[in-house]
Design a protein around this ligand. Structure first.
Ligand SMILES: C[S@@+](CC[C@H](N)C(=O)[O-])C[C@H]1O[C@@H](n2cnc3c(N)ncnc32)[C@H](O)[C@@H]1O
Length: 246
């Protein structure tokens, strides 16, 4: 009897070597979404910026960040050892600039002093209360003026738009010459998916304390959005240093 390999939310396919080609079929404009995340990173980062990537998977976005920011130190977190194994094959040549860590990003502590936190196609595996907790944690670990960007799937506000994603997938499958039913058979079931509307996700960012929240890019149900951590200048505390009378 053959046993079906159990698949964690986000691993997408049973054979991880297939991930990089498969994801482009199920996420239209996958590379454009990555590019929007990269371009959203403020260009004024100085020194050796510390960038944390949540759910780095096989390291596709990670590789692009390392190339885009040749001085950056990138920490990638993912709970899937087989996704990380693929990422290592691609990325070990970056040496000390990269630190891949296995762990659940909803549970592990993050490194301090982060300049930027990024994520693609991973946070929708958390429920809304878990998303909020994560956003609060990201806010806590970001430096002042740090930026967080998430490129992820969203839900449309109206059910009357619910069929739009299917239309887009059908068009893409027809143009590229593959069958949607076969693609869907090869894709792990949607268990562990908790997408929220874009408005909800932006609200959660605001509740977590983020400011200058913006939507950078959107293509049907996929969006790249983010916010800054803005710290108020600390008020000068005046100490009374006069000596008491004895
Ligand atoms: C669909 S893949 C996307 C990978 C990559 N970000 C990309 O754009 O190609 C989602 C990744 O998030 C990881 N993931 C999902 N939930 C996670 C969690 N709570 N903690 C750590 N990794 C998680 C999965 O293992 C998977 O590698």
């Amino acid at each position: 009897m053959t046993r079906k390999r159990s698949i964690k939310p986000g691993e997408v396919v049973a054979d991880t070597k297939e991930f990089d080609t498969h994801i482009k079929k199920i996420v239209p404009r996958y590379d454009e979404l990555h590019e929007a995340v990269l371009r959203s990173i403020p260009p004024d980062l100085s020194g050796k910026p510390k960038i944390l990537e949540l759910g780095c998977g096989t390291g596709e976005l990670t590789r692009k960040v390392l190339d885009y920011y040749p001085k950056a130190q990138v920490i990638g977190v993912d709970y899937s050892s087989r996704m990380l194994a693929e990422a290592h094959k691609k990325l070990d040549r970056y040496g000390h600039r990269l630190d891949l860590r296995r762990g659940n990003f909803a549970e592990v502590d993050f490194p301090n002093d982060l300049d930027v936190v990024i994520s693609t196609l991973a946070i929708h595996h958390l429920t809304d209360p878990q998303k909020l907790e994560l956003f609060k944690k990201i806010y806590q670990y970001l430096k002042c003026e740090g930026w967080f960007a998430n490129g992820d799937v969203t839900l449309f506000e109206s059910n009357r738009h619910a069929l739009l994603p299917l239309r887009v997938r059908e068009e893409q499958a027809a143009a590229a010459g593959y069958k949607l039913n076969i693609l869907d058979e090869e894709t792990a079931s949607g268990s562990g998916d908790y997408p929220a509307t874009l408005k909800t996700q932006l609200n959660l960012l605001e509740i977590a304390g983020f400011q200058k929240i913006d939507v950078i890019w959107k293509f049907y149900q996929f969006a790249v959005y983010g916010g800054f951590k803005h710290c108020e200048p600390k008020e000068e505390v005046e100490y009374d240093i006069s000596m008491p009378d004895f």
